[in-house]
Structures are given as C-alpha cells and as structure tokens.
Ligand binder design. Structure first.
Ligand code: BGC
Ligand code: BGC
Length: 910
C-alpha cells in the first residue's frame, strides 16, 4: 500500500507515533458518549470479530488503525474547530443568529443540531424545533434536480446537463426555480447541488448529480446554482464534502450486497496539492457564493471519515475557506459524537445512529457531553449559531412554513410519525402544485445542453421527412410509468434521470417518441416506433423503409444503495445498455440516414458506431428531465441551434481513462484503500498527459453554424500584491448560560414517540443517562490536543475571505478575443480559456474561463474574461498557501480543450 502523506506535515507523523491520543490516522474517532470506555491501549487487542456495540466499535477503530496500519495514508488533526465570526456578507445573519442563540437553553441548541430520526417526520431529514422562540423544525429534502418524494413538483434536468450548457444564467435560473418549488413545499434546506463526486472515474455512479470532472466548470455552475436556490429563500447544501468519488464501499453495510464483509468505508487517499487544485476548488466557489450548508461525505479521506475529519472540516473548510454556515452529516455518515463535534460537524442527519436505531450520537448524548465538559459550551453554541446564520442569510425566517407533503406516502392521510405509526392520524399530503411555469426553463436547459457530437449534414431535420423511424427502448415510455421504479432504480423506457436519492418524481415525462411523432404528423409524414431492443429484425425492416432513422440508446447509473443489473451505483462498464450497439448497427446497416441519440449519465463507448458512414449524426442529450422529448425535438428540428459542449471526455476504451475504480476490497476486512496516484490528472488532463486522442474531447460540441476565433489580447491588470493572512482569531464566544443537569431531564408531561430522537437526558445522573458502562473513566488522553481550546488561534495564510484569502480572487489579466459567426444561422458559441501553468508536473492545459455568446450570422462579438490569482497559482504544500510559480505560463482560447486557435505567453507575475 502506498502511503500518501499530506506534504508538509510529516513532522506530525513522528509526534503521532509516540502519542497515541494524537492518532493521525483516524482522528479523533473516540467518544460518542462523553467518556470512552478506556484507553486506546486497552482496546487495541479486542478481536475484530467480537461483536461490539456502536460505542465500542468507534473507539476500536481509532485504536486498531493507529496500532496496526501505520503504512496507510493518514489525515493530520486540526483543532480546535473554528468558531463562526460573521465576517463580511454574513454579518447581519450572524448577528441575528447570535441574538437567538443567546436566548436558547442547551436542550434547544441541541435540538437544532440533531435530526429527529429516519422517517419520524415528513422530510428525509428534520431537526428538532424551538417552539418557545418561534422556531419550527427545519425540513431537509433531496434532491439536486427537484423535490424528491413529492407530487406536483417539476423534474429538472440533472447537473451534468447544466454542465453541458456552459451557461451561468441557465444554472442560476434552474437553481432559483428549484428553490421556489422547495420553498413552496415547506422545505428549508435543499440537499444539493453536488460537486462531490467531481468525476474522478467516468463510471462513478453519482457523477451526473454534479456537473463535470473539470473543477472550474463545476465550480462556476455549482456557485450559480447555489445563488439561485438561496435567492429563492432556501438554504442550499454543497455536497458531498468531499471525495465521494465512487459508490463501491462508500458504506460498509452496502458492500455486503456485492459480496464484501468490510468493517470500514473506503478511504480515498490523496495529497494536499491534488485536494486543493482539483477536488476542493468547486467547494471554495460554493463558500464564496455564500452557501449555507455543507454535507460531509460517507467515505474516508486518508483513513479518516468525512464527517469527523478535522483536517477537512476544521482546517480546510472552516479555517482556510472561512465557511460560516454549518456542516451536516450525510445520512448515517456520522461515526462518533464527541469526535465528530470536535472535528467540526454541526448537525447529524437523519439524527439516529443507524436508521431507526432510536439511538443518537448527538441528541441527549450531546447534552451530556456539554454538561460534563467533554464538549465546551462554545462548540455547541457555534453549531447553533452556524445553523441559524444560514437560516437568516437566505431569509428563511420570512418564508418559513411547515412541510405540506410527506416523503413516505402519496396518500392524503397518515400518521404524523410514519416510521412508528404514532402521533395524530390526519392529512400529511396537501398536494400543493409548485411547478409554476418551470416547464419552460426545464425545456430551455435541456435543449441548450444537447451536445451535437457528429453531423454530416442530416440535421436539422426539415420536418418534411416522409417516413421517420423511431428506434430503441430509450425513445419510449417506461411500461410501469415514469415513476414506476422506486428512486428511478431500473432501466425501463427513456432515461431522463439517474437513480438514487438524487431524483424527483416526474409530474409527466415527454418521451422522444411522443414529441417526434407530433412533429412528423404536423409535416404529414409517417412515423413508426420500434421500442423493443431485442426486435432487431423489426428494427432492420423499419429502418430500411425510412428516410431517417432516429435511434435511441442509453446507459444509467446512480447511488450505491440500489443495484440495477449488477451496476452497484457505479457503472460496471461504459458500454450502452440493453443491446444498444446492436440496435444502432441494425438501423445503420439498413438506413443511410441514421441519427443516434444518447441518454446517459456520463461518457459511453461509441467506437463501434461513431464513424459508421450511415450514422450521419450523433447527439448526447444527457439526463434531460421531464421535457426530454420536447427539448430534443427543438434541436432535431432546428428551433434551437445546439450549443452544448461535452463536460467530460469520450475515450476509445475504459482503459483510456486510467485506473479503474475500486470494486474489490483490497485491505482485508478493513477499509478498502484507493490511492490517487494520478493526482490532478483526471479526464482531459489524463488524456493530454498520456498523449491519447479521445473520440470527442472535453469542451467539444458542434453547432448548425460555424465560428471563427481571432484577435487574442492579454491585458495586465493592476492587482494589489498577495498578502498571506497573519494574526489571530478572537477567542471563542459563548452565548447564554448552561444550567444544571436537572434543567435538561426529559419533561414529565411529554409523551415519548418511539424511536424519536430528543435532546433531553433521562436523569440527572449523567452516567446512568448515558447508558455507557464505562462512563467516568479518564478520557483526558483521548481528546485530540487543543480540541477544547477556545483561546485565540493563528489564522492560516490562505484564509481571510469567503473561499480563502481574498487576494486569490483578484484579477491579474484581462483576456479577450473576437468570435464571429461564419455560418448562415444564428447560434451560440462557448469560447473557452485554458491556461498552462508551466512546470514539469502540470497538466498541459487547464480550463480557467468560459462564456456563452449568441451571434447572428456574420456577427462578431468580443469575448472577455479575467484570470484571477487563483487561476494562475499552484498549491504550495510547504507554505500551505497558493503561489504563482516562476514557470512560464501560457493562455489559450478556443472552442474545446483541443481546438485552441489562439495562444499567448502571459507576462510574468509574482
Ligand atoms: C445521499 C445524500 C442524500 C441523503 C438523504 C444519502 O444517502 O448520499 O445525497 O441527500 O442520503 O437522502
Ligand atoms: C434512502 C436514501 C438514502 C439511503 C442511504 C435510502 O433508503 O432512501 O435517501 O440516501 O437510504 O443509504
């Protein structure tokens, strides 16, 4: 196993090897309860096969990792957890939050931090409420493409389609429209957008929920989506922080489903440079855009779980990026109480340790931990402040309304507490139509995301075709209905979203067959659809009689808790599903004008048909959402001139992309290990580095017109010099007072709901209340050093503003070029700016800017963008800061990552 160290922190490793309580491998991992049952040494030899309680298991993890696996990658500790300061744009919301928290009792604060348990209330997650101060329970609901588990809501195009538009405005409008729908349903926190996974693997199951494997394209559209959502008065969640790059092994329990009995989740092992320059980049943009919530991820990063990784939560997210909102766990991704709290997690979701376990790492255990001093008051105060800051920042207090739908039934009536059939029986679904006129924005995003990969002149269609064949299952309806498969976990009919929690119910789904049929009938033609992929003879004969054959193929993917045809979330290959290649061949060998339409979650292998002489056009339509057919017809019939650009690379083989994702556990029953030996070289950076020509390169896409590029100009701007931040924070503030234990005992008058997670303790005897047999043993060794220190802390050089040191965002150069429409129809072009940072180990080029310009025939426009200091910097692991290296840097402008018509050397900057 290669141990990848976080460069520049090796000194810590030495220290750690003699001080076990500072275990760098999995910190802190200890106490869920205030007092762990003994020291690391005493637990280190408990056999792994012994059945441990969840309490002991977490302790053992830290111990065994520390003692036995010194060769594994590690994540250095960083404590204490930074307290919010309410700087800059956050000031007003922060002040309001503080005023509220000042009035709150400990149990009320804890209630904000803890979900009430899986399916105990109507949303996929709900916090406790603070009725005394007029705060309702906060409703958290999926997904990044529309309201999940509801009705009369829209099903928007997926994130990957937003990426293919390369259009900031459309990203914003879609975000805003989604925000309105969530708000109208009574949802406070939208569980999206996603930029993790970023897309390390072309076959990663959830890439489509996010945007693109390019961090700049992702970051820009991530930020615009967040702004749109939050401008509609709903808190957006940047997820999954971070490195949820594959579904395999993301949760140990799921791996049983594909034959592995492992004790811990996969660890994504990477170095600090790769982290900063690739995976963290869009999250910095999210923080800069003012995102209110961040969801920490299931898997481990350098052998420390995403939701208790102090390096990533305390240091990188809160201290370096200056994040002022809150961190919530992914669902059941919390692995400790005290450990997670001190490492920077602020809210546990859905609240219980395992779904419906009736136990919680937070809730009453957090109350106990604060009462006995294991967790300092300032930390729980900071959690509450951060949650309420996000709430006020988006103006949620003015829009708040309780949820008017239930995630768990489409029936009108049900029990208030679904999981246990308790509480009032009454109306749980009010069937509120929240769609407004969003169908039009959905259609616009979808048609603007279509990528025209090949066109030998057969498109656009005239509408006068005499006989049109529509071939392939992907053209038609799901025989079980558009929502027939739970969480869209199947492969039936046309593909318009992936599967998992990143879905929404369709209000309807316009299939390609339906939309195209209407077009053909309008042109008085004949139209025949064969949607059985195994009726190859009927496909052949129908194609043979047609003036044009439109062939539909697909490939799905999704979240790891659902497996479709042995695709465990991640795709098992990059080939087309359900005989797709043969459907295309059957059509193409019988019809000289065969147009292929691909609906897929990511790249597929097109090598078998892309250069077939009868395949006259190929379009990628991604996952278009409810207006699938209409948006596609707009492009096929030329009402919309295609302007999508592929947001990922189309390689000749799976191997062309580099190492496969990890599908076999490689560390016994311990955490599988996946080492990012490729560093920042994913997607096009990998193809460039290995000098492979892809079939379609990143950024590529045709139009019905043509464009020319000229007149590159590079203008140096006068930015102030970069000043690494110095100084110290203020001391940790506390708000309000903590009373004696008696004040937090479960109120006698209240009737307990089974499995419901409460903030209260069972008795004033904290030991008894904790249920921890080892309560009271000395745990001072166990807490990571400095974790409870509320004194002023050193500021990090790369910190200062939202998203890092504000000097990183100073513009250093203005880049402009003239783009001309040289064809005969109006069209939109996406000029792209790439930079070469120089240096022996840098990618050939990296995307740094883009825009979308609409041009009439013959019209030219000047495309302008700027390069910031961050755009020209590399992460220096020694300095722990961004630096502009002395290597000569170049700038390129063109229409794709490999069609870079214009280039120039950049003047030297320091
Ligand atoms: C997913 C999250 C989702 C959550 C709630 C998790 O399994 O990873 O993306 O928001 O469940 O459904
Ligand atoms: C839920 C998802 C969640 C997943 C976590 C499923 O049962 O529906 O929301 O993401 O469990 O594993």
């Amino acid at each position: 196993m290669v141990a990848l160290a976080w460069a520049g922190v090796q000194a810590y490793n030495l220290l750690a090897s003699c001080v076990p309580s500072l275990s760098p491998l999995s910190q802190p991992g200890p106490a869920l309860f205030p007092s762990p049952p003994g020291s690391i040494e005493s637990l280190a030899h408990i056999p792994a096969t012994m059945k441990l309680s969840w309490l002991e298991a977490a302790v053992l993890t830290a111990a065994s990792v520390a003692s036995a696996q010194d060769d594994l990658a590690y994540s250095p500790p960083y404590y204490p957890s930074p307290w919010a300061t309410g700087k800059g744009e956050w000031a007003e919301a922060h002040n309001r939050a503080v005023q509220m928290v000042l009035q709150m009792t400990l149990d009320e604060k804890v209630n904000l931090t803890t979900g009430t348990g899986w399916q105990l209330e109507r949303c996929v997650g709900q916090t406790g409420s603070v009725p005394r101060l007029g705060l309702g329970s906060l409703c958290l609901q999926d997904s990044p493409l529309g309201v999940r588990f509801s009705d009369y809501n829209s099903a928007f195009p997926a994130g990957v389609n937003v990426a293919a538009t390369w259009d900031r405005q459309l990203a914003y409008l879609r975000g805003q429209a989604m925000g309105q729908e969530f708000s109208d349903k009574g949802i406070d926190i939208l569980l999206g957008p996603a930029a993790g996974p970023l897309g390390r693997h072309p076959d990663g199951g959830r890439n489509w929920e996010g945007f693109s494997p390019d961090p700049v394209l992702s970051g820009v559209l991530f930020a615009e989506s967040i702004k749109g959502i939050q401008d509609a008065g709903v808190i957006a969640t940047a997820k999954h922080y971070i490195l949820n790059e594959q579904e395999h092994f993301r949760q140990a329990g799921e791996a049983v489903g594909y034959g592995y009995n492992i004790t811990e989740s996969v660890s994504e092992n990477l170095d600090d440079k790769t982290l900063h320059e690739l995976y963290l980049w869009p999250f910095a943009d999210a923080v800069r855009a003012g995102v209110g919530a961040v969801m920490c991820s299931y898997q481990q990063i350098n052998n420390s779980y995403g939701c208790q990784n102090s390096y990533l939560l305390n240091k990188v997210l809160k201290a370096e990026l200056g994040y002022q909102g809150f961190v919530m766990s992914d669902w059941a991704a919390t692995h400790s109480g005290v450990g997670a709290a001190l490492a920077g997690m602020d809210m546990t979701m859905p609240g219980d340790v395992a779904f419906n376990s009736a136990t919680s790492y937070f809730g009453g255990n957090l109350t106990i931990a604060v009462l006995n001093g294991t967790i300092p008051q300032w930390r729980v105060d900071d959690m509450a402040v951060r949650i309420l800051t996000a709430y006020y920042k988006v103006g949620r207090d003015r829009l708040y309304t309780p949820p008017n739908f239930s995630s768990w039934t489409r029936d009108e009536n049900g029990f208030a507490h679904f999981a246990v059939s308790e509480g009032e029986y009454g109306q749980v679904n009010e069937f509120v139509d929240v769609q407004r006129n969003h169908a039009s924005i959905i259609q616009r995003v979808a048609s603007n995301s279509v990528v025209l990969l090949k066109n030998e002149g057969s498109l656009p269609l005239s509408g006068k075709e005499r006989t049109v064949a529509i071939l392939g299952e992907d053209a038609g309806s799901n025989p079980d209905g558009a929502n027939g498969c739970s969480d869209r976990g199947c492969a039936q009919g046309t593909l318009a979203m992936g599967w998992g929690s990143g879905t929404a119910n369709f209000p309807y789904l316009i299939t390609p067959e339906q939309a195209i049929q209407q077009e053909v009938i309008r042109g008085r033609g004949s139209v025949f659809a064969v949607t059985d992929n195994w009726s190859l003879d009927k496909i052949e004969s129908t194609a043979a009689q047609s003036s044009v054959s439109l062939v539909f193929v697909n490939a799905g993917g999704g979240e790891g808790y659902i497996s479709v045809d042995d695709n465990e979330g991640d795709r098992k290959n990059l080939t087309l599903w359900k005989n797709g290649e043969n459907v295309i061949k059957a059509a193409a060998s019988n019809c000289k004008n065969t147009v292929v339409v691909i609906h897929s979650v990511g790249p597929v292998l097109v090598d078998q048909f892309y250069d077939h002489p009868n395949v006259t056009a190929i379009l990628w339509a991604g996952l278009p959402g409810q207006e699938s057919g209409n948006s596609l017809a707009d492009v096929l019939y030329g009402r919309v001139n295609p302007s999508g650009k592929t947001p990922f690379t189309w390689g000749k083989t799976r191997e062309a992309y580099g190492d496969p994702l990890l599908t076999k556990a490689n560390n016994g029953d311990g955490a599988p290990q996946t080492d990012h030996t490729e560093g920042v070289f994913i997607d096009y950076r990998h193809f460039d580095k290995t000098d492979q020509t892809p079939i379609y390169e990143f950024g590529y896409g045709l139009s019905y017109t043509t464009f020319s590029y000229a007149n590159l100009s590079v203008e140096r701007l006068h930015a102030p010099p970069y000043i690494p931040t110095r100084g110290q924070t203020t001391p940790a503030p506390t708000f309000g007072v903590i009373s004696k234990a008696a004040a937090y005992v479960f109120p006698e008058a209240l009737e307990r709901i089974t499995q419901f997670i409460y903030p209260w303790i069972n008795s004033t005897d904290l030991a008894a209340s904790s249920g921890d047999p080892a309560y009271g043993l000395d745990h001072s060794d166990y807490l990571p050093e400095g974790a409870r220190d509320g004194s002023p802390q050193d500021l990090l050089p790369a910190s200062g503003g939202d998203g890092g040191n504000s000097g990183l965002y100073d513009d250093l150069f203005r880049i402009s070029a003239t783009i001309k429409n040289t064809g005969s129809v109006t069209g939109s072009e996406v000029p792209q700016v790439y930079v070469s940072l120089g240096g022996p180990n840098e990618p050939k080029v990296v995307l740094r800017g883009f825009d979308k310009l609409k041009l009439q025939p013959g019209e030219e426009q000047v495309f302008t963008t700027t390069l910031t200091r961050r755009d020209l910097s590399n992460w220096d692991t020694e300095k722990q800061d961004w630096v502009i290296t002395p290597h000569p840097k170049r700038v390129f402008v063109g229409s794709s990552s490999r069609k870079l018509a214009l280039k120039a050397l950049l003047p030297t900057v320091e």
